[in-house]
Design a protein around this ligand. Structure first.
Ligand code: NAD
Ligand code: TDX
Length: 333
């Protein structure tokens, strides 16, 4: 049976991936609620069937906008957020409004209408790990966020848990590791380096480049979210990851190699203040309890496809590039 989903942030990187994924794998219809901030783009929804996807431009923190959209939906899948750590260090204010007040506003509407709710979050809520720590993050890891971004995501997770316990909201949560793939904003690590190389600029590695991220293809994140929406237990949290740990230096070297450049052809720049050292996800619960598996198991092949996408879709990213680099230049990055 088909459902009607309200997908917040569906014009952003991962939210739009989910909308494309839902179109390809279900009969569901979707309303995207997206403010179209600097990070959102109508073009990210190009190609979706217009009789199944509607875009409403609006703010998740505006109760009057949210109310009728939640009322008509069978489920809310909540991606909308201010998502970039470096921006949160420059100006935390929109992170509090969108990530905290926005989530609160959606939860209140879901409470009033008894609407199924899935909250998208990040592994960054758990803080960071030592490079040689044999443990990875699990659903039982204590919260210990480092940046204004991850602190507001942690706060939003706790709001969802409280609304489940105190008000019986039918919510699930997921915390995913670093995503890569098409339609990711050029402020983020992988697209920044690919588009720098297209522009003849050397990749920029923060600090020594030893920091480790656990990479997952956005399509695997989308398949996991759909699995949790279909079969997850209300009130529970699922960690999403695909065993993709790589140091930033390794990733830059791979990108250089894929783009036909010397693997040493990059620059070290000013490190990020409070830079988390390592993230690593143990997704055993999602795999054993819900039977989910990632499909993208070859990072290099996924990265090569991502490089090809940025080469072929310059019109999508070009309008953002100069302003993004100007912002980084101001802080020596
Ligand atoms: P993104 O910045 O690419 O997209 C965010 C979208 O939300 C944009 O379309 C933007 O216009 C919209 N938005 C922002 N504020 C809004 C508001 N007030 N009202 C309505 N829409 C608003 O982010 P992303 O990387 O796609 O991340 C999406 C979600 O996934 C976030 O919740 C993020 O915390 C989470 N997440 C991201 C990653 C990652 O690697 N990128 C990993 C784990 C979890
Ligand atoms: O130019 C760069 N050089 C560099 O070395 C940039 C932009 C980043 N980095 C480093 C910082 C991180 O160690 O690369 C790593 C990845 O950086 P980001 O792409 O900014 O991602 P991160 O800070 O790890 O957060 C991402 O994953 C978790 C998403 O942006 C978050 O939304 C998600 O919650």
């Amino acid at each position: 049976m088909s459902r009607h989903l309200l997908v917040t942030g569906g014009a952003g990187f991962i939210g739009s991936d989910f909308v494309h994924y839902v179109m390809a794998h279900t009969e569901d219809t979707v309303t995207v609620l997206d403010k179209l901030t600097y990070a959102g783009s109508r073009d990210s929804l190009a190609g979706v069937p217009s009789d199944r996807v509607r875009l409403v431009v609006g703010d998740i923190a505006d109760a009057a906008t949210v109310e009728p959209l939640v009322a008509e939906a069978d489920a809310v899948v909540h991606y909308a957020a201010e998502s970039h750590n470096d921006n949160s260090l420059d100006d935390p204010s929109p992170f509090l409004t969108t990530n905290l007040i926005g989530t609160f506003t959606l939860l209140e509407a879901a409470r009033r209408h008894g609407t199924r709710f899935h909250h998208i979050s990040t592994d960054e809520v758990y803080g960071d790990l030592a490079l040689d720590d044999p443990e990875r993050f699990t659903e039982a890891t204590p919260y210990n966020p480092s940046s204004p971004y991850s602190a507001t995501k942690a706060g939003s997770d706790l709001l969802v848990r409280a609304w489940v316990r105190s008000f019986g909201v039918q919510a699930t949560l997921s915390n995913c590791s670093n995503n890569y793939g098409p339609r990711q904003h050029v402020e983020k690590f992988i697209p920044r380096q690919i588009t720098n190389l297209i522009d003849g600029i050397r990749p920029r590695l923060y600090g020594a480049g030893q920091n480790v991220r656990d990479w997952i293809h956005a399509d695997d994140h989308s398949s996991a979210v759909l699995t949790i929406l279909d079969r997850g237990t209300i009130g529970e949290t699922y960690l999403i990851g695909a065993d993709g740990e790589k140091s930033n230096k390794e990733v830059v070297e791979l990108i250089l190699d894929l783009m036909g450049r010397e693997s040493t052809d990059y620059e070290h720049v000013t490190d990020r203040p409070g830079h988390d050292l390592r993230y690593a996800i143990d997704s055993t619960r999602l795999r054993t309890e819900l039977g989910w598996q990632p499909s993208f198991r070859d990072f290099e092949a996924g990265l090569a496809a991502t490089v090809a996408w940025y080469r072929e879709n310059e019109a999508w990213w070009r309008p953002q590039k100069a302003a993004t680099e100007a912002k980084y230049a101001k802080v020596g990055q």
